[in-house]
Ligand binder design. Structure first.
Ligand code: ZN
Length: 212
């Protein structure tokens, strides 16, 4: 008679869900380590050829270029959202394009200087590391009608469309700059990482990925 006592033991699972036999196999394949390995503090750098590029086909050239400048983890998300907005824009006779994407910290320093230590009028309140553009997770969108840039020629019309785009953005976890209380940035959209700018700066300064 088969009792609990004489059942084959290999089917008994440990807490990790592997059978103890699997666990032993895993142990046997690893090399013996006499001295513990040092903890590597440097970030793991993925060689460019190992990074699978996002297929940005379907987007217009300008949007594709700007989406390609973003962090690899958000490219597909922004692509899908933009495509959905572009379909809606078409029904209203508009074109909707990403006109800006990632901005290096050097570029941010230059535009921050504008209207302050450099000529021109003030275009941003964000110092380097204080804009989500500096982390590759933000885009600025433009509304066009028959090639005319509505954000400058007809701001209220442009704003109305950005608002529609922001409703679609919610399901992609993308936040609209037009919803901000203190400073409304209507063309601006950014991915919600759940981290503060200060936390993002810290990760970059430590050489870590912002999604780590
Ligand atoms: Zn922006």
């Amino acid at each position: 008679m088969l009792t609990q006592e004489n059942l084959p033991r290999i089917h008994l699972n440990n807490s990790m869900g592997w059978s103890s036999r699997d666990n032993n196999l895993r142990r046997n394949t690893s090399k013996p380590t006499s001295t513990p390995l040092p903890i590597v503090k440097k970030p793991i750098v993925i060689k460019s050829q190992e990074v699978k590029k996002t297929d940005l086909q379907g987007l217009d050239e300008r949007s594709a270029k700007n989406v390609a400048s973003l962090h690899i983890k958000v490219q597909q998300i922004f692509k899908d959202w933009i495509l959905e907005c572009q379909t809606l824009a078409k029904t209203l006779g508009y074109e909707y394009k990403a006109i800006s994407g990632n901005r290096s910290w050097d570029e941010q320093a230059k535009i921050y200087a504008q209207g302050r230590s450099a000529p021109g009028k003030i275009v941003t309140n964000a110092k380097p590391g204080y804009s989500n553009h500096n982390f590759g997770i933000a885009v600025d969108m433009g509304v066009f009608e028959s090639g005319k840039y509505l954000d400058s020629s007809s701001p209220s019309k442009a704003e109305a469309f950005h608002r529609k785009a922001s409703e679609i953005a919610e399901k992609y976890n993308i936040e609209w700059g037009g919803s901000w209380r203190s400073f409304k940035d209507y063309p601006h959209f950014e991915y919600r990482t759940g981290k503060t700018l200060s936390q993002l700066r810290q990760l970059v300064q430590e050489g870590k990925d912002i999604f780590s």
